[in-house]
Design a binder for this molecule. Structure first.
Ligand code: NG6
Ligand code: CA
Length: 512
């Protein structure tokens, strides 16, 4: 008896010691939060120069942390951008990393390391709340059953997401693989190929619409808003668009509250100001810029409320917050929502040329802020940094070793201890790539259209090489390729050697 008692005491002691050891090891680790906006432009933030729109809470992060003037997403659209952020791998290495339909399979191999899996390995509790858009399941998802693989198979302990975008079906929330609030007697069916018999679409039932489509977005109607893709059933599970921001905020706060006693990582992927822009009535009409401005005000408020949660729990001094956006801005992205009419003097891309979908700076140069109360000294950094570097940098912060060919450990730069950013960076826009090297940007020749007329954005395509000196010409008005043949040649070779194949669809140097 005695022996058994002392033996179990020993086991208990050993277990306690291990737990204490883990707690001790973990206690030095800061929490990490990435707030990733959807289509928020460089010029949409007060601290980045917006004058027509007030963003006091984004500014609080920017002015109390480091405001990067040269921070990039890897790509000017969502899926590739988010793929790179989460995996630390350039998106053009994955042919599936392009704007996905809501039915797409998960495009990240579950064996692939992600920020979440690395941090989980370092003892963090990991969560994602908000927009996913990296595919779910194996491509034949039955939305009425648990869907796998998804974020939970990539290292996220907790996931509360929308599958794709706010304008794509299925328009339901998914928690840890299961549709939230689904009535089994009203199963969900989703297709991107054909409509379900008898279901109204924007084309057959325009009278049902509360928001009009401009281009695309004329399939299933949910809450009066026409979407991309067809969907049937799941009526009780449908999200309410106007409540989405509050809903994700509540989930993000819950995640913090329930994990505050241990290191946690939260990827808070907000849905604004992507279309359809559906501000809560509290924000509708408040900015005078139409729903696009109103949802930015709403998102700014959400960030303020979220910061309050961190503050109330005394977590601000022990939490690194990274605030950024998945790609540049677009004004008309497919709905008539007054964004164009009410834009006034507001410039969503700030001083940059192009926007979402573009290889010009407006496509990928985005708000990029690091904030850590008491640890990061407020300031402005011009260092070239990219979301693809978060993988290596955050691994380093958590004391994990990481080796990958694309993601660079820029932790010192993110914390303001160094101003040495990347030497070069490959940017992507719908399969096209460009190379940044120092202040130089090289765009190889591309045959595609110069301007996407639907969204009214210059894409960066030209039949000749474009070379810009962004240090002197941020607005990309002067193509210096002809005067700098050697530079063009050298950069084209660098791009080719990084990609392992010639860039552009006009392979030979055509400088004439
Ligand atoms: C485009 C949609 C656009 C938006 C985008 C994805 C049309 C005509 N346009 O195809 O509205 O949904 O995809 O945006 O359908 S992203 O930010 O997720 O990349
Ligand atoms: Ca986006």
């Amino acid at each position: 008896m005695k022996i058994i008692v002392s033996f179990s005491l020993l086991i208990c002691l050993a277990a306690c010691q291990t737990r204490h050891k883990e707690e001790k090891e973990n206690s030095g680790k800061p929490n990490i939060i990435i707030i990733n906006m959807d289509d928020l432009g460089y010029g949409d933030v007060g601290a980045y120069g917006a004058t027509e729109l007030k963003t006091p809470n984004f500014d609080r992060l920017a002015n109390g942390g480091i405001r990067f003037t040269n921070g990039h997403s890897t790509s000017s659209t969502c899926t590739p951008s988010r793929f790179a952020l989460i995996t630390g791998v350039y998106p053009w290495r994955n042919s599936e990393a392009k704007i996905l339909p809501g039915t797409a399979p998960l495009i990240i191999d579950t064996a692939q390391a992600t920020i979440a899996s690395v941090l989980k390995g370092a003892g963090y509790r990991t969560g994602v709340v908000g927009k996913w858009h990296l595919g779910l399941g194996d491509g034949h998802a039955d939305w009425n059953k648990p869907i796998s693989p998804g974020p939970n198979q990539l290292g996220f302990d907790y996931a509360y997401i929308m599958a794709a975008t706010q304008d794509r079906v299925p328009t339901v929330y998914i928690e840890d693989g299961s549709v939230v609030g689904l009535d089994p007697n009203d199963p969900i069916e989703v297709s991107y190929e054909q409509n379900f018999e008898g279901e109204p679409t924007a084309l057959t039932h325009p009278e049902m619409l509360t928001m009009k489509w401009h281009h695309g977005h004329n399939q299933s109607i949910v809450n009066g808003v026409p979407r991309i893709g067809f969907m049937k059933g799941g009526k009780k599970a449908l999200w309410k668009d106007e409540d989405m921001a509050d809903h994700f905020l509540a989930k993000a706060r819950d995640f913090v509250e329930s994990n505050k006693n241990q290191p946690f990582f939260l990827y808070y992927a907000m849905q604004q100001p992507h279309v359809p822009r559906t501000p809560h009535p509290r924000f509708a009409g408040t900015t005078g810029l139409g729903p696009r401005g109103d949802v930015i005000a709403e998102a700014d408020w959400c960030v303020g409320e979220f910061l309050k949660t961190l503050e109330d729990n005394k977590l601000l001094e022990n939490t690194l917050i990274i605030f950024t956006s998945d790609n540049g801005p677009v004004v008309n992205d497919g709905y008539h929502d007054d964004a164009v009419e009410k834009l006034g003097k507001h410039t969503p891309a700030g001083p940059l040329r192009g926007g979402k979908y573009s290889l010009f700076e407006g496509g990928t140069r985005v708000p990029f802020i690091t904030y850590w109360k008491g640890t990061i000294q407020p300031g402005v950094s011009d260092a070239l940094v990219c979301q693809v570097d978060l993988m290596a940098s955050l691994s380093a912060l958590a004391g994990q070793s990481y080796s990958g060919q694309d993601s660079q450990d820029l932790l010192d730069v993110l914390l303001g201890k160094s101003s040495r950013g990347r030497a070069n960076l490959v940017l992507e826009a719908s399969g096209r790539t460009a190379l940044r090297e120092g202040d130089w940007l090289l765009i190889p020749p591309y045959k595609g259209q110069a301007v996407n007329k639907h969204v009214n954005i210059e894409l960066g395509n030209a039949l000749e090489y474009q070379l810009y000196d962004l240090g002197k010409d941020l607005a990309q008005q002067h193509n210096l390729a002809k005067e700098n043949e050697e530079k063009v040649k050298q950069m084209a070779q660098t791009l080719e050697s990084i990609q392992g194949k010639p860039a552009g669809d006009v392979p030979e140097l055509e400088l004439k």
